[in-house]
Write a protein that binds this ligand. Structure first.
Ligand SMILES: C[S@@+](CC[C@H](N)C(=O)[O-])C[C@H]1O[C@@H](n2cnc3c(N)ncnc32)[C@H](O)[C@@H]1O
Ligand code: SF4
Length: 372
């Protein structure tokens, strides 16, 4: 049986970070009981479409899921267990912000079934945390991380690099410190400035000075690969590093083209129904989603994907993985892969293909070429 994930989106945060393009909102009050009813209704509806699947991972993403009442998290885990069969070794991850308030809830999340935490630490110096608009300090993040490590067997954290005025030497020092803290998984993202965010507006107005140019960006990426390789946490995906065996099962399901249910505002899903892969997407605005579920009007019928759409997604997701994916069947795309191999951007044997370390910083350009 292939893996099957359940993604749950919690769309609220305490404050909106200026770089963040995720579906996250600040709300004065949140009726957690109303959200519980809606999530459970959606679990019942989506599980009825996929009754034979065995859930191998659950991911509470956001937003800031560590603002959820532990009772709500436990009720959702329980709902998933009642409506689907779950694997004995199901991975249940919750994204957490690293403040003392959230750390105080870790035990209760664990008791509710969560067995892995992914913390958004983002930076290990206070000046940069402030520039990123974060509400925590390094000391607070470290304290929360220690509690997480004592509470869960599996703990990951996120850092954002390629920040304003960040030198190669400064990142070397900071990443070395991160690697001494790391358990078995780390996500290291290069800062991207997205349109429609506060950073996007600032950049458009000529602000947000000191972002790395292309050369420095490439050097920062290369240093990141070298240091994480040396520390035994190589990249298994463009931005994700793990000790072998400690990869996120949930995210691997996305990148390997597996099926997952998407529950919550703006959540996407991919479901194979009657042998055809389908896409689902829920209304994005929290209030719109909630009322659509409450009134039973959530009629986002799964949309069948064409074979070329499926193949396009397979390449876009799968080539992010260091291990790569199966070669496409003979045809134009396969010929373009051969051309990429000659350029040293990809490797391929009789059955598999992958992007090389040299090609990885150019992944988007490679994909554009393959899918032209
Ligand atoms: C959905 S976010 C959330 C987790 C949690 N709310 C937090 O911020 O700690 C997942 C991760 O994406 C990364 N991220 C978000 N926006 C980014 C951006 N514009 N550039 C690079 N990384 C970003 C951050 O590292 C963040 O921890
Ligand atoms: S980065 Fe995390 S905490 Fe900040 S707005 Fe986005 S989801 Fe919320």
């Amino acid at each position: 049986m292939p893996d099957f994930g359940v993604y749950l989106h919690w769309p609220f945060c305490q404050a909106k970070c200026p770089y963040c393009d995720f579906n996250s909102h600040v709300a004065a009050t949140i009726d957690q009981g109303g959200w519980k009813r809606a999530y459970l209704a959606e679990i019942a509806r989506v599980s009825a479409l996929t009754p034979d699947r065995i859930v191998t991972s659950v991911f509470f993403g956001g937003g800031t899921p560590s603002l959820m009442d532990p009772d709500l998290v436990a009720a959702i885990v329980d709902g998933i267990r009642r409506h689907w069969r779950t694997a004995n070794d199901v991975e249940i991850t919750l994204e957490a912000n690293p403040t003392s308030v959230e750390a105080g809830r870790f035990r209760a999340y664990r008791d509710g079934g969560v067995n892995r935490v992914s913390m958004g630490i983002q930076a290990l110096n206070d000046a940069d945390l402030k520039r990123l608009g974060r509400l925590h300090s390094v000391a607070e993040a470290r304290a929360a991380f220690d509690i997480a490590r004592r509470t869960f067997n599996r703990v990951s954290f996120d850092l954002i690099y390629a920040r304003q005025d960040q030198t190669l030497a400064a990142w070397r020092t900071e990443l070395a410190e991160a690697l001494t803290m790391a358990a078995d998984h780390l996500s290291l993202y290069q800062l991207t400035v997205e349109d429609g965010t506060a950073f996007g507006d600032r950049l458009a107005q000529g602000g947000l000075r000191g972002l790395p140019d292309e050369d420095l960006g490439a050097d920062l990426f290369a240093l990141t690969q070298d240091m994480t390789d040396a520390a035994g946490l190589p990249a298994y995906e463009v931005s994700n590093h793990a000790r072998p065996g400690a990869e996120s099962r949930h995210n691997l399901t996305y990148w390997r083209g597996g099926d997952y249910a998407g529950i919550g505002p703006g959540a996407h899903g991919r479901l194979t129904l009657n042998g055809t892969r389908h896409a689902t997407v829920a209304p994005k605005a929290p209030a719109a989603w909630l009322s659509a579920v409450e009134t039973g009007e959530l009629h986002d019928a799964p949309q069948p994907l064409s074979s070329s759409e499926v193949e396009e997604e397979r390449l876009m997701m799968g080539l992010r993985l260091s291990d790569g994916i199966d070669l496409p069947s003979p045809g134009p795309i396969r010929n373009r892969v051969s051309a990429m191999v000659k350029l040293g951007m990809m490797v391929a044997d009789g059955t598999r293909m992958a992007v090389t370390p040299q090609g990885r910083p150019l992944l988007n350009a490679i994909l554009r070429e393959l899918l032209a």
